[in-house]
Write a protein that binds this ligand. Structure first.
Ligand SMILES: Nc1ncnc2c1ncn2[C@@H]1O[C@H](COP(=O)(O)OP(=O)(O)OP(=O)(O)O)[C@@H](O)[C@H]1O
Ligand SMILES: [Mg+2]
Length: 312
């Protein structure tokens, strides 16, 4: 990939806290026009990676290129960001907050500030003190602040955090519009699969600081369903586990409900699995193929254990 078709290119990004790797050798490729979902469970390293990408914290290793620019100072001019819950001067109005931020960043004029507030639907309340804003309004004000300065890349860390379903929907629609209509590249982190599945065209899944999957949403979904999963009901679990160990490409991924076993298959279909089990002397009472989805993929590539903090 040349720098022309890269909006954000991260290579070998690493960040440790003490002896724990919060982000480990992370590569990311975001293309211009992408609405890229950066998915991972709590503690996966999303915020840490984003802080490193934005130059807000030091990275231990790795490189970050934004639209081909590797210079951490100049690349910032093209980026608007919101990391975690945005903080404001509570006693100033929403608009005054953006004026302060624009002056501090040295970019964005009055007209642009009004445009940004309009873009997020805050025009009617822009003169009110932030103190009286709801969480959703603060979140939208944070996005407006990220929009001032005409960024080409928006980096948003869990922008729907704490919002009610309507607020989440509004933010999602806004991001889709910003990507489609305003031609912005949007990199958005989330731990909500349904949200990412509903709005993103590309996705990266991170777990314990490591990238587990990256690609186009449709391809990942196809891959998720391509790895067939079947839930089986057997008369003798121990015997079934033994038999499964001898079947190439078969892997027990989870224990299903009611003593069922969930098996992922690579080379074999459900009927083939049935035959193989019966031949091994396992009584198969039921066999339910499961359809793929982003959730299946997410669960199959991320681990059930808590994040790195639990790993001494
Ligand atoms: N300032 C810090 N000092 C020590 N450890 C930290 C610090 N910030 C993050 N970590 C650790 O780094 C790991 C990744 O945290 P991070 O906040 O990046 O995860 P996240 O994916 O953003 O999680 P969440 O979905 O909860 O926001 C965690 O184990 C966390 O405890
Ligand atoms: Mg976070």
């Amino acid at each position: 990939m040349t720098s022309d078709d890269s909006a954000l290119r991260v290579r070998g990004l690493a960040r440790r806290y003490g002896s724990r790797a919060a982000v480990d050798n992370l590569d990311l490729d975001v293309r211009p026009g992408d609405l890229y979902g950066f998915l991972g469970p709590n503690g996966a390293g999303k915020t840490t990676a984003i802080r490193c990408i934005l130059g807000l914290i030091r990275r231990d290793a790795g490189s970050v290129e934004i639209f081909g620019d590797a210079d951490s100072v100049t690349q910032r001019t093209g980026v608007g960001a919101m990391v975690e819950t945005p903080r404001f001067h509570e006693w100033l109005s929403g608009r005054a907050n953006l004026e302060v931020a624009a002056a501090y960043a040295g970019r964005g004029d009055a007209a642009e500030i009004d445009r940004a507030l309009d873009r997020v639907g805050l025009t009617a309340r822009k003169g009110d003190k932030v103190k009286g804003y709801s969480l959703g309004m603060k979140q939208r004000l944070g996005i407006a602040r990220a929009l001032v300065g005409q960024p080409r890349l928006l980096v948003l860390d869990e922008p729907t955090n704490g919002l009610d379903p309507r607020g989440m929907r509004e933010v999602r629609d806004l991001l889709v519009e910003l990507a489609r209509r305003d031609n912005l590249t949007v990199f958005v982190s989330s731990h909500l699969l349904s949200e990412v599945e509903a709005m993103c065209n590309r996705v990266g899944i991170i777990d314990k600081g490591v990238l587990k999957a990256e690609g186009r949403m449709d391809e990942l979904l196809a891959r998720a369903s391509g790895r067939r999963e079947v839930e089986i009901e057997v008369d003798d679990r121990a015997n079934a586990v033994r038999a499964l160990a001898g079947i190439p490409g078969a892997e027990i991924v989870a224990d299903g409900a009611d003593g069922r076993i969930c098996v992922a298959l690579e080379q074999m279909d459900a009927a083939g699995l049935n035959r193989a089990l019966v031949l091994a002397g396992v009584g198969v009472g039921g066999l339910i193929p499961r359809t793929g989805s982003l959730e299946e993929l997410f669960l199959s590539v991320t681990s059930a254990e808590p994040g790195v903090e639990e790993r001494a």
